[in-house]
Design a protein around this ligand. Structure first.
Ligand SMILES: [Fe+2]
Ligand SMILES: [Fe+2]
Length: 155
């Protein structure tokens, strides 16, 4: 079975593709389509965050700590990303395209920085520290990501 880095890096790439489709739609702008794509992208990120917050990070807390350190920073950044998604959802209702694109760009940069940290620090540590239980933990991650409510939004 592939490791944590490979599996979650692939899911980051799917998130990147969806952020690109959101940008293309917002530049038209077609608010109805953008609203639909935003809901799909937001849902996909929520699924990705759930596997990290509920499966991967708890498995790593023994090695990296819980209330401080890199996992606490990752959880805080997830909340910042969720906040910007909610801002986008309210700006879509107001059809403010300039504000929408400013927040979308801020969100894109935050996501890139966040994902880079996970790929440089968290996932390699997971591959190193969790090697004994990796099959069982990865199975839970893959099964959550391919669950109907998550995978149907990745078309
Ligand atoms: Fe994350
Ligand atoms: Fe991630």
């Amino acid at each position: 079975m592939s490791g944590f880095f490979f599996t979650l890096h692939q899911d980051h790439q799917r998130c990147d593709t969806e952020m690109l489709s959101l940008e293309q739609s917002a530049n038209k702008p077609d608010w109805q389509q953008t609203k639909w794509i935003l809901a799909r992208v937001h849902k996909h990120f929520e699924c990705h965050f759930q596997v990290e917050e509920e499966i991967l990070f708890p498995s790593l807390e023994h090695y990296l700590g819980q209330s401080m350190g890199p996992l606490a920073v990752m959880r805080m950044e997830h909340d910042q990303i969720r906040h910007l998604f909610r801002d986008l959802e309210s700006l879509i209702e107001q059809q403010k395209d300039r504000d929408f694109n400013d927040v979308r760009e801020a969100l894109f940069i935050l996501i890139q920085q966040h994902n880079a940290k996970e790929e440089q620090i968290i996932y390699p540590m997971a591959d190193q520290y969790l090697s004994n239980d990796s099959d069982q933990i990865l199975n839970r991650i893959i099964s959550h990501l391919s669950d109907n409510s998550c995978s149907q939004n990745q078309s």
